[in-house]
Design a protein around this ligand. Sequence first.
Ligand SMILES: Nc1ncnc2c1ncn2[C@@H]1O[C@H](COP(=O)(O)OP(=O)(O)OP(=O)(O)O)[C@@H](O)[C@H]1O
Length: 316
Amino acid sequence: MIEFEHVVKRYSGRTVIPDLSLRLEQGRITVVIGASGSGKSTLLKMVNRLEERDGGEIRFQGRDIRSFGVEDLRRRMGYAIQSNGLFPHWTVARNIATVPRLLGWPPERIRARVDELLEMLDLPPAQYRSRHPHQLSGGQQQRVGVARAMAADPEILLMDEPFGALDPVTRASLQHEVRRLHQRLGKTILLITHDIDEALFLADHLILLDQGRILQQGSPQDILSQPASDAVRDFLGRDDLGLRHLALRPVSAVMRPVGDLPPDSVDIADSATLRQALSLLLASRCEWLRVCDAAGQAVGQLHALDVLGLRTDHAA
Ligand SMILES: Nc1ncnc2c1ncn2[C@@H]1O[C@H](COP(=O)(O)OP(=O)(O)OP(=O)(O)O)[C@@H](O)[C@H]1O
């Protein structure tokens, strides 16, 4: 859906992106991760032409992005940024309605869409529709920023560190929200972050950027299991590689059928990751976990060695 071919970008004669080629596939979450100054925001802004490239070509739906009117292009691409960019004197509803109003949607349709998005993002419309941004928490403001980016049902969502300014708990909850929305709506998303755990959690396709060049790209699993260089290993945090692997696998992938369990076993949700399972085992000092579904029904069980990928007969 978006292709970069030998793209070059310079600022005042200084090259920040020397030669970048990549593809963003339809319906996929592509995450670009890189250190500060590696060119992530520049890459993203070249997609909606907030920055113009100096060489190469960028295509959207097979056409050079310069062949679209800038306004048309931006309406087809939702844009959510770290500082959320909400207009302080406008209500939440008006902020979300920015693009639909520009597109001349009838008021009933706008109202229905605003309410639908507020519901989707866990902000009950009756309570939040008429508030102003300063009457919201940081996390709620970010949600409204995401709702606004999605309002006119864009073909692609561009997200520049959308949860950057949030505390870890709110950040984790919004990451889950984005995953859930993506599973439900199947939108193409390009998200930028410098947080490796966020990148591994959200990405279908991960691009590691360093000084405007791609160090490696692929699925999080592929990159973790086959880092292409020491630079990539450093990027992934050498000492935490194993734990990051565990964070990508759900307990349901390795659990055994329900059977007899010692009385001190502890419950874990079937949606939890092996990393969470390991943490729970360490904290509770038990050997066995009972895996339960959302209704609390046991659906399997897990021994500590299963979590570590070391299942033996001894633990059977
Ligand atoms: N408008 C500009 N004028 C001049 N230089 C710029 C401009 N915008 C960015 N740069 C430079 O281009 C390089 C890449 O910047 P960019 O903002 O794309 O990086 P980034 O990876 O998004 O960084 P961060 O994570 O800190 O936001 C940096 O060296 C930056 O100083």
